[in-house]
Design a protein around this ligand. Structure first.
Ligand SMILES: [Zn+2]
Length: 264
């Protein structure tokens, strides 16, 4: 059994077939967390999770690229509305994705930071872990990861994951030092820089999660296709190869890590 800790079957790419895709996943012993990025996708993620007795969970949040002032479908974050979503279902296991994005939106930093802190407060209030998104600026001069670690140091969050990690060994360590997990996507199957392999070698196995970020970022050998939770297998295989451990070991360990972190 593998758990894809980050998938978006609540996004429109899956409008027509999220149900059959999920049924296939469950048959293949693949579970997943359906991650929200706006109010509507958060709500839809809960509806998807509720449709299945087990194996699918949801998280709710407003993604940093959608905060007020953004050019990408901006939305006002209302902690009360999101609090109601959390209370509406036992399938909600995390707050996310939330964080800082300098890549798409570096002019909304102040707002992103404010909304990120509101999400961390919501996580504390509901005793839930966080699923975080961070992306550095295109020219590499602004590190979202460093800004997030600075913020997290002042907060009382019970734990969480920095998803789709794309930074350096030092940036990863900033999170693991605070007890957070690191999530890896299919990018690790085609990262030619070698940086992510170094990060994977540096992180304690108990802190590694696997994910797809479906429908995006399909791994080799399915690059360019619509990604789906079953492809999380290629991410686990790549980690096994880099760590020189068996696939079974990575399968077991990452599943245990995910179950423990999200109390599944
Ligand atoms: Zn995502």
């Amino acid at each position: 059994m593998l758990i894809d800790s980050h998938a978006h079957l609540n996004f429109e790419d899956f409008n027509d077939d999220w149900q059959s895709v999920t049924e296939d996943c469950l048959k293949d012993d693949i579970n997943y967390i359906c991650v929200g990025a706006q109010y509507e996708t958060s709500k839809k993620g809960i509806a998807i999770a509720e449709k299945f007795d087990s194996g699918v969970w949801a998280s709710v949040a407003l993604h940093p690229i959608h905060v007020e002032g953004s050019k990408f479908h901006p939305e006002k974050f209302d902690p009360i509305e999101y609090g109601r979503l959390i209370e509406s279902s036992k399938k909600v296991v995390a707050i996310g994705e939330t964080g800082i994005d300098f890549f798409h939106n570096d002019d909304t930093f102040t707002k992103q930071k404010e909304v990120f802190i509101q999400h961390l407060n919501l996580a504390e209030e509901h005793d839930l872990p966080v699923i975080m998104h961070g992306r550095n600026s295109k020219d590499g001069t602004k590190s979202a990861y460093k800004e997030m670690v600075k913020i997290l140091k002042d907060q009382k969050v019970k734990g969480g994951v920095i998803h789709c990690f794309g930074g350096s060994v030092a940036e990863a360590q900033g999170f693991t030092d605070l007890g957070f997990h690191i999530g890896f996507t299919g990018i690790i199957t085609f990262d030619k820089t070698g940086q992510l392999a170094e990060v994977i070698k540096s992180v304690d196995l108990s802190k590694i999660l696997v994910e797809t970020d479906s429908p995006y970022l399909a791994p080799e050998p399915n690059r360019g296709k619509r990604n789906q939770p079953q492809y999380v297998r290629y991410v686990a295989e790549k980690i096994a190869e880099i760590r020189q451990l068996s696939y079974n070991k990575i399968e077991k360990q990452t599943s245990q890590n995910t179950i423990k972190l999200f109390n599944l």
